[in-house]
Design a protein around this ligand. Structure first.
Ligand code: C5P
Length: 237
């Protein structure tokens, strides 16, 4: 399989063409960024953990009826995925107050939300990925109202499934971000990744942060936290 033409390089991944027009190869990097690229660094081994963990979780979600872009893992860092057009909406689900929710609304980190909430953000680095309403998404032509409803429903289904998976390895799923992609036939599937870069995960007993907040907040032991999450998931899978 010819996989040498770089199509796109993002903050955490490179995407290459393959000899199948419907499939691309994703290669995960160790580069880490936070606060929309303002903070930069490297997390040793992150690419390998995020790739394998994301594939493990996408396989689990597929088995439970969620359509994803996953085709086949090639190596520790590399995976074949369906070529999709990414929907320019980042979908965030929150179970516990943290991050920008706490900052924006003045709710202390760690407070349980009465029910999970779904937020939409415009995927646009120049604008700093602003929070948007359904009306914003509609007038900007980002999605139709039935697509927005489908994104919200899929996100809540993924939340339910991931909460159960993480609970089984003594992790609390605080919040996470999803991205979706449109296939050439118009079908919308779960894309991008699910990893400690895109989820807040706390140890169920100690509430120790085991995710990218260790990098964002200079808490140390970043590599160990990523490895710990992956080890716990593989131990139960
Ligand atoms: O920063 P904020 O509290 O809005 O993030 C909510 C969740 O979405 C966190 O788990 C964070 O890691 C994830 N996120 C992400 N990529 C972004 C923004 C947020 O993975 N661009």
């Amino acid at each position: 399989m010819t996989v040498d033409t770089l199509l796109y390089e993002g903050k955490a991944k490179k995407v290459y063409a393959t000899d199948d027009a419907e499939v691309v190869k994703v290669s995960y990097k160790d580069d880490a960024t936070a606060f929309n690229g303002v903070k930069r660094g490297q997390i040793a081994g992150k690419g390998a953990v995020n790739n394998q963990m994301s594939n493990l979780l996408f396989t689990y979600l597929e088995a439970n009826g969620v359509n994803t872009h996953l085709v086949e893992q090639l190596s520790e860092r590399e995976t074949l995925v369906k070529k999709v057009q990414i929907v320019p909406i980042e979908v965030v689900v929150r179970n516990i107050a943290a991050g920008t929710f706490s900052k924006r609304l003045g709710v202390m980190e760690g407070v349980d939300l009465p029910h999970p909430i779904v937020e939409f953000y415009l995927k646009n680095d120049e604008l700093g990925d602003p929070l948007i309403t359904d009306d914003h998404a509609l007038v900007l032509g980002l999605a139709t109202s039935s697509e927005l409803a489908a994104l919200r429903e899929q996100a809540l289904t993924v939340n339910r499934l991931l909460q159960a998976k993480f609970a089984a390895c003594q992790l609390i799923l605080v919040d996470f971000k999803l991205e979706f992609g449109k296939q050439s036939d118009g079908a919308i599937v779960l894309a991008d990744e699910i990893s400690p870069d895109t989820c807040r995960l706390w140890d169920s007993e100690t509430r120790k942060k085991l995710d990218k907040d260790r990098f964002r907040q200079d808490l140390g032991d970043v590599e160990d936290a990523y490895q710990e999450v992956f080890a716990r998931l593989t131990a139960i899978s």
